[in-house]
Design a protein around this ligand. Structure first.
Ligand SMILES: Nc1nc2c(c(=O)[nH]1)N[C@H]1C(S)=C(S)[C@@H](COP(=O)(O)O)O[C@H]1N2
Ligand SMILES: [Mo]
Length: 397
């Protein structure tokens, strides 16, 4: 057990850090995490909706907005979190490292908070890049960690409430009583008396620090929202998926090649099986005559890109009614793509009423990569639920 602060113990003398600075960055971070939690829950609802609460079809761009906010806020959170950690990390070197059992528990909960926050923003950003260099399933772990993160954050806020209140009341320019004690000193240790490091004159002011953090956040947001806010696309340095980079002016998440559907999709034998009380099937030649419904709907990928597009196709509800279903039916939409979790989806309620089985995209016959010969497109819905390369629909109730 260390009893005295060793000589090699790090010293921190920057006067840029203060409770006022940390409280302000922390408040911004708290707001960001709240937005992420709420928009994340909305996204989770797309995957696992409650049957008694229908999924609205309006506004058609609802999920585009909430997921766009989720991803932009998540990206903004990366620099915000780094500045927050920078502003408090000298606390790691307070001496002695552990002062009581209560203090140790508080440190452990803080370690959980910091590590989950880092894992969330880093894996979330990798998800935007469509790159999964980690061995777990992103969706499940991201959601689970969100609860851990929010729980440990509430605990942290509770513990730090006096500091937060103090910090928010203090001016950023105030000399800070909490940081007038340099971070490397233990205030109750007499052996350190008289060795307080004189504050160094910082290169920038605390206001300058906050402005620089704000500018950094602005830059990462502006260079990434281009994949949702189309006019900002030319600035999309951090926005890998753009409408200019896909066939028919829509990006592709999983190509026909990756899905190994080329043969089945281009086979003249292709049919759409419609199952229900009165089953039937449609052949390729039947599609053209029925594909008279048009809609302007966005594809909103959970991975942070979205693009509006003009679709033409068959009314799903019409096909469902013909099979003996109604507007109250629950319908399974199945792809001929094999061995893939997102080769089907369920649809019901207002989304079913507005849904198209699309044969055309932006005025052309559907590209193979966009789901030829037939794909689902419905309003206010996660892209991943708009199943491509359909082989079967089934009226379930
Ligand atoms: N069968 C099938 N449908 C699918 C997918 C898939 O991998 N397989 N990907 C989904 C995802 S994640 C998105 S975002 C949209 C993208 O549609 P697009 O490639 O036409 O832009 O298709 C969805 N439909
Ligand atoms: Mo997606």
């Amino acid at each position: 057990m260390l009893r005295q602060r060793p000589r090699w113990w790090p010293r921190f003398s920057s006067t840029l850090r203060s409770t006022a600075v940390t409280a302000r960055i922390g408040t911004a971070l708290g707001v960001a995490i709240s937005i992420l939690f709420v928009t994340g829950l909305l996204s989770h609802y797309q995957y696992e909706p409650w049957t008694w609460l229908p999924q609205p079809a309006k506004p058609v761009w609802g999920y585009r907005l909430t997921q766009g906010i989720h991803v932009a806020t998540g990206i903004a959170t990366i620099p915000l979190l780094l500045v927050k950690l920078w502003s408090v990390y000298p606390n790691l070197f307070r001496f002695p490292p552990i002062r009581s059992i209560q203090h140790a528990l508080e440190r452990i909960s803080l370690a959980i908070l910091v590590s989950t926050a880092l894992v969330q923003v880093i894996t979330g950003f990798l998800n935007v890049l469509n790159w999964y260099p980690f061995p777990w399933y992103f969706v499940t772990v991201h959601r689970f960690l969100a609860y851990v993160l929010v729980g440990s954050l509430l605990l942290h806020i509770g513990v730090k409430l006096p500091d937060i209140a103090y910090g928010l009341k203090a001016k950023v320019t105030d000399a800070d009583v909490l940081t007038e004690i340099p971070w490397n000193e233990n205030p109750s240790s007499h052996s350190n008396a008289g060795t307080l490091a004189a504050p160094r004159t910082p290169g920038i002011s605390r206001r300058g620090l906050l402005a620089a953090a704000g500018a950094g956040i602005g830059i990462v947001v502006v260079t990434s929202v281009g994949q949702t806010v189309t006019p900002l696309e030319p600035l999309g340095l951090l926005a890998p998926r753009q409408w200019t980079k896909g066939p028919q002016s829509v990006p592709v998440n999983r190509t026909a090649d990756q899905a190994r559907v080329f043969q089945a999709a281009t086979s003249a034998e292709w049919t759409l099986q419609v199952q229900g009380p009165r089953p039937y099937e449609l052949a390729l030649a039947d599609l053209e005559a029925r594909a008279v419904h048009e809609a302007r709907l966005p594809i909103n990928c959970v991975e942070g890109w979205s693009v509006g597009a003009s679709w033409r196709g068959l009314s799903l509800l019409e096909l469902v009614r013909q099979a003996g279903g109604t507007a109250d039916s629950r319908v399974l939409v199945q792809s001929f793509e094999e061995n893939w979790g997102f080769n089907h989806s369920f649809i019901e309620g207002p989304q079913l009423e507005a849904a198209l089985l699309a044969t055309h995209l932006n005025g052309q016959g559907l590209d193979l990569d966009h789901g030829y010969p037939l794909r689902l497109i419905a309003p206010n819905r996660a892209g991943v639920l708009n199943t491509k390369w359909l082989s079967r629909i089934e009226v379930l109730s």
